[in-house]
Design a protein around this ligand. Sequence first.
Ligand code: SF4
Length: 257
Amino acid sequence: MLVFMDVYNLKDIIAYMDCPLKYSLFLNSDSSLNYPLDARTIISTALAETYIKVCERIAQGRPYSLVERAKFFSRVWNELKSKYISSGGDEARTHGFLMTAHKKVLEMDNLIPGNWDVGVSRYPTELFIGDAVIKDRLDLVMVNRRKTNQVRIIIMDTSLCKESDIDYGIHLRALFNATFFKRELRSTPDMSIDCSVYNLHHGYQKPLHFTKNDSLNYQRSIKNVIKCINSSAFYPRASADSCKHCMFKNNCSFSMV
Ligand code: SF4
């Protein structure tokens, strides 16, 4: 007997948590983005993709010049910007941080950990949670060159949060992907796995630690969001920060800006 399960992208679940109405407007739009980005995260997403690309090239032993990096960043940024604008986004907002971002592309080597090699990049992940399949992507997995049983999961933070802030979406992505990866490596129990968040915009790396409660709560949160989506609970969760950068703020009667 064939059993069909609902499939969700973790980024959509996180978008729902940010504002259910935004999630619904995005689903009903003809946007070609694969999840709702705002004007700021277009730049941080292009930065994160460039960082992964640089790491991949280093792992392949192929030099990646500063000019190539800058070109790659500009291409990804332009692609995302075009999709964002054609989905109704405000072009004027997309240029903030651009000069700073280009400088960060040129200084990216400072954030690549020494003594660690890239094991895996852009690896698709999925977990069964309740009756649904949830999908995401592992951005980078690094392996310690000196102790090969030490593995570090790196989650690229594109949210522009400062180091002192806790972004629930990033925490959720990290926990989800760490759980997936631990399951993948369950036949080699002596592996030591830690998890770090890299924020290129603010230029920091932050280790993340999870408690047993975190592991139970994240599944509960995802199940609750799925229940709400299935019952079409698309209420506005307006806040000055969310609305300020929301691609729908000009047409949303609940917008706080
Ligand atoms: S403008 Fe605010 S309330 Fe409206 S969809 Fe966007 S984030 Fe939600």
